[in-house]
Design a protein around this ligand. Structure first.
Ligand SMILES: *[C@@H]1O[C@H](CO)[C@@H](O)[C@H](O)[C@H]1NC(C)=O
Ligand SMILES: *[C@@H]1O[C@H](CO)[C@@H](O)[C@H](O)[C@H]1NC(C)=O
Ligand SMILES: *[C@@H]1O[C@H](CO)[C@@H](O)[C@H](O)[C@H]1NC(C)=O
Length: 159
């Protein structure tokens, strides 16, 4: 083989080796209790996984949902993080479900959106990422009662 061919093969081999590193990481390290299985999407993924993908839509597909320690809850974006995905009630609902399914508490929508310059009520500002099916309950109203409601979400599935 000529040196040129070897060089090209070398470049291709490098590209293949680099690919997994460049691949976006959108995942959840949090695990849900089995009694919250009903919160899974139709691909059998927990709300924490769905929430990770949705938040990754604003951060180049990179987002890891960390588990919550006892007596902690997820909070909305900081001023610096202020990004449209996290300022959507859809993400708030999914992250609330993710907190609840770990047997943790949640915060109200008004607290969550404190640092948001623009909020997206019952809508999501980006294209839905591939790999998830967002449950319908994530689009329910959380503004009126200022909270995500697991009861309302469950009722929405059964309707
Ligand atoms: C729900 O999702 C979790 C985590 O993705 C999975 O371990 C579990 O088997 C799922 N349950 C059902 C009923 O799909
Ligand atoms: C808003 O952002 C500040 C810092 O930028 C942070 O300390 C605070 O926790 C945020 N508020 C909420 C409700 O997330
Ligand atoms: C859920 O949390 C409550 C209160 O923190 C605790 O008493 C209970 O044991 C927890 N349940 C599970 C299944 O972890």
């Amino acid at each position: 083989m000529s040196l040129k061919v070897l060089t090209i093969l070398g470049i291709i081999a490098n590209m293949i080796a680099v690919l997994p590193v460049a691949e976006a990481q959108t995942t959840s390290l949090a695990t849900c209790l089995p009694e919250f299985d009903w919160m899974n999407d139709s691909r059998n993924q927990s709300p924490c996984v769905v929430a990770a993908y949705m938040q990754g839509a604003c951060t180049n597909g990179e987002y890891i949902v960390q588990p919550l320690a006892p007596s902690y809850h997820y909070i909305g974006p900081t001023v610096k993080q202020d990004n449209p995905c996290q300022c959507s009630t859809v993400v708030y609902s999914l992250m609330s479900a993710c907190g609840m399914c770990q047997n943790r508490t949640i915060e109200g929508w008004s607290a969550w959106q404190t640092n948001c310059s623009v909020v997206y009520t019952q809508q999501f500002p980006e294209s839905i990422p591939f790999g998830i099916n967002v449950p319908g309950w994530a689009y329910l109203d959380v503004v009126t009662k200022d909270t995500f409601s697991a009861a309302a979400a469950k009722a929405d599935i059964c309707k």
